[in-house]
Write a protein that binds this ligand. Structure first.
Ligand code: AMP
Length: 119
């Protein structure tokens, strides 16, 4: 699937729609999910145009991949999630229920979370 420049996260990256950002660096931006499903629900996205984790893993540079995952870990720590634990999810494609076609990792925490997968 080609990258769609009109997806919501592309618009957030361009500053065309607002987001409650918690982190930004050369490779990643993190912001609160608009429809939080846990006391803490933050999305971390790479700045590069990658549709999914497939695309990111296959086509991003080593620096982009390292920078992105370092940002995920830093955001979890900065939000106070690391000690008690948290969950990361990267929904991918149709069966994964991915709604926004710009690769993102959900960071969920702030309470003991339920089953990893239901239904
Ligand atoms: P996914 O289903 O993995 O593609 O997740 C997309 C996520 O983006 C969902 O959890 C939505 O609640 C979230 N979302 C949609 N629009 C926005 C927005 N404008 N700002 C922040 N989060 C959003």
């Amino acid at each position: 699937m080609p990258y769609d420049d009109n997806n919501i996260f592309a618009k957030i990256l361009r500053g065309e729609i607002p987001a409650k950002k918690v982190h930004e660096d050369d490779h990643a931006v993190a912001f609160h999910d608009l429809y939080a499903k846990a006391p803490v629900h933050v999305l971390v996205i790479p700045k590069g145009k990658y549709v999914s984790i497939d695309d990111f893993g296959a086509n991003a540079s080593d620096a982009e991949i390292a920078g992105f995952y370092r940002a995920v870990a830093k955001v979890a720590k900065d939000l106070g999630l690391s000690d008690a634990g948290f969950r990361t999810i990267a929904n991918t494609g149709l069966n994964g229920g991915q709604e926004v076609p710009h690769f993102h990792v959900h960071l969920l925490g702030g309470k003991k979370l339920g089953p990893m997968v239901s239904d």
